[in-house]
Design a protein around this ligand. Structure first.
Ligand code: HEC
Ligand code: HEC
Length: 199
């Protein structure tokens, strides 16, 4: 499939028009339509991928590559998520790609709670010392295979970091487990509080 870049360079005028059109269409019009299979996800991951369940991750605004990778891993059973058993059955790579495109284009909801200033500050310092932004980007919006952490549920972030540190699950990136080496539970709680309150 040609990349967007090559399509545009092959048709400079159309490319320029598309580029300009991007400024004038409202975000809702610019967003890809939800594939039919996205209806299966709402109960757990929320409308538009903004989960309202603290232990379930939001998908809105996650990098497309991260979503695509994990959808394949989950469908193949390589990342074992009991709650998602059967949810991706029968979906082709192309359909998983459409789900990834759709959820990555959704706007993440703003943090739902107010930060506790001291905990937030402690988390910020740990994140800085541990160089978390070197992979997750300075705004924690993620990139490519590195997930967005900003405004993710605090409980999910804390649980998933404990998992990475204590029992790195099959299908999970070992580089990430190594990044949490030596951090105590209290440090993970501070980190989760900080990241969950970033916009
Ligand atoms: C019955 C509930 C449920 C349904 C339905 C469900 N999921 Fe999930 N999903 C979960 C849970 C719980 C997790 C987190 C598991 C963990 O703690 O690692 C998860 C994790 C994920 C992840 C990894 C996110 C991350 O940040 O690591 C992706 C991607 C995902 N789901 C996509 C989907 C898509 C797309 C659908 C619809 C086709 C869907 N899920 C349907 C419960 C569900
Ligand atoms: C060397 C790069 C790297 C560094 C440094 C790093 N991470 Fe990660 N992180 C990743 C990758 C890659 C993933 C995706 C893991 C996967 O696909 O299994 C990830 C996943 C995560 C997740 C799971 C998110 C989700 O939605 O499932 C959390 C939480 C997280 N990182 C927090 C942190 C924190 C906090 C730090 C600093 C202490 C940190 N990371 C440092 C690369 C990194």
């Amino acid at each position: 499939m040609p990349s967007k870049r090559s399509v545009l360079s092959g048709a400079p005028l159309a490319g320029a028009l598309l580029f300009l059109a991007g400024f004038f269409v409202s975000p809702t019009q610019a967003q890809p339509a939800a594939p039919a299979s996205a209806a299966r996800c709402v109960a757990c991951h929320g409308a538009n991928g903004n989960s309202v369940i603290p232990t379930f991750p939001s998908l809105a605004g996650q990098p497309k590559v991260f979503l695509e990778n994990h959808l394949v891993l989950i469908r193949e059973g390589m990342r074992d998520i009991p709650a998602m058993k059967g949810q991706l059955d029968g979906l082709s790579d192309k359909e998983l790609g459409a789900l990834a495109t759709y959820f990555s284009a959704q706007t993440p909801a703003a943090p739902r709670t107010t930060p506790q200033p001291e905990t937030f500050e402690r988390g910020k310092v740990i994140a800085k010392n541990m160089l978390c932004a070197s992979c997750h980007e300075s705004n924690y919006a993620g990139r490519d295979q590195m997930p967005r952490l900003a405004a993710q549920h605090e409980t999910y972030l804390r649980d998933v970091m404990k998992q990475f540190r204590d029992h790195p699950a099959p299908g999970r990136d070992t580089v990430m487990s190594a990044s949490l080496h030596g951090l105590k539970d209290a440090d993970l709680a501070d980190l989760a509080h900080y990241l969950a309150h970033l916009k």
